[in-house]
Design a protein around this ligand. Sequence first.
Ligand SMILES: [Zn+2]
Length: 254
Amino acid sequence: MNNPLINLVVPKISLLNRSGKKIKTSFLDFPVMESPLPEDRILIFAPHPDDEVLSAGGFMALAKINKALVKIIIVTNGNKRNLKKKRYKETLKAVEVLGIKNNDVIFLNYPDGKLKDYTHNLSKNLSQLVVRFKPTIIISPYPFDTHCDHKILSLAVRNIVKGLKYNGKIFEYLIHFPRYPKPRGLYENKYLTPPAFLLGLDNKKRWRQLPISFEIKKLKTEAISQHKSQLRFPIVKNLLLSFIKKNELFYSER
Ligand SMILES: [Zn+2]
């Protein structure tokens, strides 16, 4: 795909916006999004096993409580450390905690870290899934994520949605970005806010948040704790726990 975003190198984090003013953010700056409704059909795209629960564990739990349909697509096999089988099992256990059945999870099995070599097949695959499932809400990665697989998947989904003239909602999530989430580690009484650098690039109003209640947070925490193979690595553990906060954050252009 010839898209300039793929080669985006994130410069040194700037806390200044384009007019040179310091950007201050608080969770109060971001509108609260609607909870999923019973008639919603939610399609979640995750580049790796665990991205779905980190980004939208609370959203999915709420969707299931509200009786919406949820389908999860795990795009790569997460096999960087030969942990594919383990990670697939952990994913199924994790989403089960949120009320999602095993047959609502589809593993596409692309090689971890190599999505950029499969863009053609990937687009075909994803497009079929969207046509078949007819989602009212798509949840997918945000294109400025610094992990290559996340970026490629994000752009593929954006292109498909455009090509299919999909008119539902799209909520995009960020996982990898310098100094994000802040603070790093388990701070479950803090809020997620977008990195200041991205607010300089994008319209602040396009970020929205889903408040996460104490009960939903408990479910999300239990779901994340199923990813035992990842929690063994201190740096990864720190990242995973950083997504247990008082809200979830999504970017949406519609
Ligand atoms: Zn990932």
